[in-house]
Design a protein around this ligand. Structure first.
Ligand code: MF3
Ligand code: CO
Length: 260
């Protein structure tokens, strides 16, 4: 069942989305060679709590961090750890904040120091595909229109789309209906309507689309160990318009060199 939100509820979604965006802006300043991902996780937790939010990933079905940490070939749901970021890594931080009963969800893949042109191109295409998906999201259209736009954009550039995980509806819960895949046909799936809140989150691989799930049941990486990138925004459909509730502006303001 798709929960349509009232304008008042969307205001509360906006507050949660702003806080998750600010959290990514905060951790952006810390993304440097030598820092452990656990340290960045701690900074994120404190920032969320100091600003009236709750780190919603922490403890979610037993997930051990506030951040999902995605270094190089890690696609999604990586654990914060003692691993220290290295020059040339790409690292995605995917996180959800709850504020006043509603969730905001966003992800950004950062460059650590100097990264290869190939990694830069992967990240750029993945981020652009997120905006292609957003452009394809229109009142009266279908979820499949978004999915197809993301897929077409990435596959034309010879990247592959991860199929095991999808975007999703969001609201009082982090994952609601509908599912928002990053691949599929135009014109299929639920109709996009006022009051819907969804997350679009392309997960894009440089090599094949095949994945491996670790024995811990969470960490999902590429089978061929080639890099993967991931970006995510939370959107609301209101007054026949699509509004992006999260923003990368805080990241952009915090850093310039790590902004891909
Ligand atoms: N954006 C991620 C998702 O939609 C957030 C996962 S949080 C976790 O799957 F706790 F499940 F890891
Ligand atoms: Co999400």
């Amino acid at each position: 069942m798709i929960y349509l939100k009232t304008p008042e509820e969307i205001e509360r979604m906006r507050a949660a989305a702003t806080l998750v965006s600010q959290t990514l802006g905060e951790i952006a300043r810390w993304v440097e060679p030598g820092i452990s991902t656990r340290r960045i996780d701690t900074i994120a937790r404190e920032f969320m709590r100091d600003n009236g939010g709750r780190p919603a990933c922490l403890g979610y079905h037993g997930f051990p961090g506030a951040l999902c940490v995605e270094v190089n070939d890690m696609i999604v749901h990586g654990f914060p750890s003692d691993y220290e970021l290295r020059d040339g890594d790409i690292v995605g931080f995917d996180t959800v904040v709850e504020k006043d009963g509603f969730m905001g969800d966003s992800c950004y893949t950062f460059a650590v120091g100097e990264i290869s042109p190939e990694k830069k191109a992967l990240c750029r295409t993945t981020k652009e595909s997120l905006y292609e998906g957003i452009r394809a999201c229109r009142v009266g259209g279908r979820i499949g229109d978004i999915a197809n736009a993301v897929q077409t954009y990435c596959e034309r550039r010879n990247y592959s789309i991860v199929r095991e995980m999808c975007g999703h509806g969001i609201g009082r819960s982090m994952h609601e209906e509908p599912e928002v895949p990053n691949y599929g046909r135009r014109g299929i799936g639920p109709v996009i309507r006022n009051g819907m809140c969804i997350c679009i989150e392309p997960m894009v691989n440089m090599g094949s689309r095949n994945v491996v799930i670790a024995r811990n049941g969470w960490e999902c990486s590429t089978r061929d160990h080639k890099p993967s990138a991931h970006y995510e925004h939370t959107l609301a459909i209101i007054n026949d318009e699509v509004e992006i509730l999260t923003t990368f502006d805080y990241i952009h303001a915090a850093i310039t060199d790590k902004f891909i």
